[in-house]
Write a protein that binds this ligand. Structure first.
Ligand code: SAH
Length: 454
């Protein structure tokens, strides 16, 4: 087999990244947009020693799991990897992904296949979008999404996993730029003004936030732009973020409020959260509530426990737990997030939460070894790379009744629970939650208790 060969493949399996996998004489080829059960015609793109990549040319026999993608850009866009799969099949794929990782990497050979919490309507769920702006070959200003693994913008103001308000907001900005000949930023030359537009919506409140990310400080005729954006119901916050660096990082450190409030408010369960443009906030509020309720259920609080929430962000899980706990301590490395967290504590009139800025693997050992602070329950929600060894060791030393691990990457979760297994904690329950329908990512919650105590 060599590059550009045409092959017929039976797609037998799916990779964790959502590609279909078919074999030629035992040699595996990964095919983007092919679905398990398809028979496809594919063209070999790249060959490595033990596997290769091929491009889907034609579906010869569609899999029973296959559906027509709703979005016309699904194949080119880098956002959704699973749109050609029915939603049921997507959920099966994700439950299997979590299960396989926990069995293979985590060594949990006895584990039953975890349940997964899906959405009733797996569209229009995202409360946040960041649209890049650029210029097409004809010199027109465009906005949309990056094509997979590239910075080519696919013009599209209508994303089906985003809110309907995105479209009128983007169209207003595009026509304003045309009227005043405002150039979009160009990554090659570093010239031009508008880089990205961040749009956020509070699903519970209907509040809208628009933040223009500029290679500069001023947007021409901003008064008129504001008046136009304010015609949309729910407009609450309009700001400019300054990013003059030649970088892939979307936002700069300075945000200038132009109109309204510096934040929008949203609620999850009974808790209110203020969210500023740069704060991390889960993108799927409906599923976030299910995820946090699962964490709370697994934590099984009676009312007087001391609970640690490591990697706490703006304190979303901490405040959720505080309703049922004696005392909650949150630890987070980003100081702005802790500032938001403290504001959210005040906003909700909650008295039993304290936050520490710092790394979990440094703060926890210090608080435990020097101050002897104890833990009945520890909740962790680390970034993709998982927990640091020092954090895991201290967690086990503190001998909590329960450890609840929330994770957006079941492979690193599996590695961490394996380590906790060596340190005396056993996995009792696992539940997955589909936070990103149409995409490949999946959230998982696992409950661990001391080994030997059923
Ligand atoms: N639990 C929060 C945030 C989870 S995202 C929520 O559900 O909204 C993971 C968080 O871990 C991020 O806010 C990130 O800034 C933080 N983080 C990353 N490395 C860390 C470390 N070593 N110690 C503490 N926090 C860390």
């Amino acid at each position: 087999m060599k590059k550009d060969d045409l092959v017929i493949l039976n797609i037998e399996d799916m990779s964790t990244e959502g590609e279909g996998i078919g074999k030629v004489d035992g040699f595996a080829l990964f095919v983007k947009d092919a679905v398990q059960g398809d028979v496809v015609h594919a063209k070999v793109l790249k060959l490595r020693k033990n596997y290769g990549y091929a491009r889907l040319m034609e579906v010869l026999e569609p899999s029973p799991l296959r559906v027509e993608p709703r979005c016309p850009h699904a194949r080119r866009c880098g956002g959704c990897q699973l749109q050609a799969m029915s939603y049921e099949a997507q959920l099966d794929f994700k439950a299997d992904k979590v299960w396989n990782n926990l069995r293979r990497i985590g060594g949990l050979t006895e584990l039953e296949r975890p349940q997964i919490m899906g959405m009733e309507d797996p569209w229009r769920y995202r409360n946040k979008a960041q649209f890049p702006f650029g210029t097409d070959r004809e010199g027109r200003i465009v906005t949309g999404f990056y094509a997979a693994r590239s910075h080519t913008i696919i013009p599209c103001t209508e994303c089906l996993i985003g809110v309907e308000e995105n479209r009128p907001i983007l169209e207003k900005i595009l026509s304003h730029m045309e009227k005043y000949s405002i150039p979009a930023y160009d990554e090659q030359s570093g010239e031009g003004l508008l880089r990205h537009v961040l749009i956020r919506k509070g699903f519970a409140t209907g509040e809208l936030m628009v933040c223009l990310i500029l290679n500069g400080r001023r947007f021409p005729a901003m008064g008129e732009m504001v008046a136009s954006l304010c015609e949309l119901p729910g407009m609450t916050s309009i700001s400019v973020n300054v990013n003059m660096q030649n970088t892939n990082v979307i936002m700069g450190s300075e945000t200038i409020l132009v109109w309204g409030q510096a934040y929008i408010t949203d609620t999850i369960g009974d808790i209110r959260y203020q969210i500023s443009p740069r704060s991390f906030y889960q993108v799927n509020p409906l599923q976030t509530e299910k995820l946090y309720r699962t964490a709370l259920e697994f934590a099984d609080l009676k009312g007087n426990e001391t609970v640690w929430d490591l990697y706490c962000g703006i304190g979303t899980i901490s405040l959720f737990l505080a309703q049922k706990a004696g005392q909650v301590y949150g630890v987070e490395v980003v100081p702005e997030a802790i500032a938001d967290a403290r504001r959210n504590v005040a906003l909700n009139g909650i008295g039993n939460v304290e936050f520490f800025v710092g790394k979990a693997e440094e703060v926890l050992p210090e608080k435990y070894e020097r101050e002897g602070i104890h833990a009945d329950v520890i909740v962790v929600d680390p970034p993709r790379k998982g927990c640091d060894e020092a954090a895991l060791e201290t967690m086990a030393k503190m001998q909590p009744e329960r450890i609840v691990c929330v994770s957006c990457d079941s492979a690193t979760l599996a590695r961490d629970v394996k380590r906790l297994g060596e340190l005396g904690y056993e996995v009792r329950r696992v539940r997955a939650c589909d936070m990103f329908p149409q995409g490949v990512a999946v959230e998982t919650v696992a409950l661990l208790t001391k080994s030997g105590e059923a």
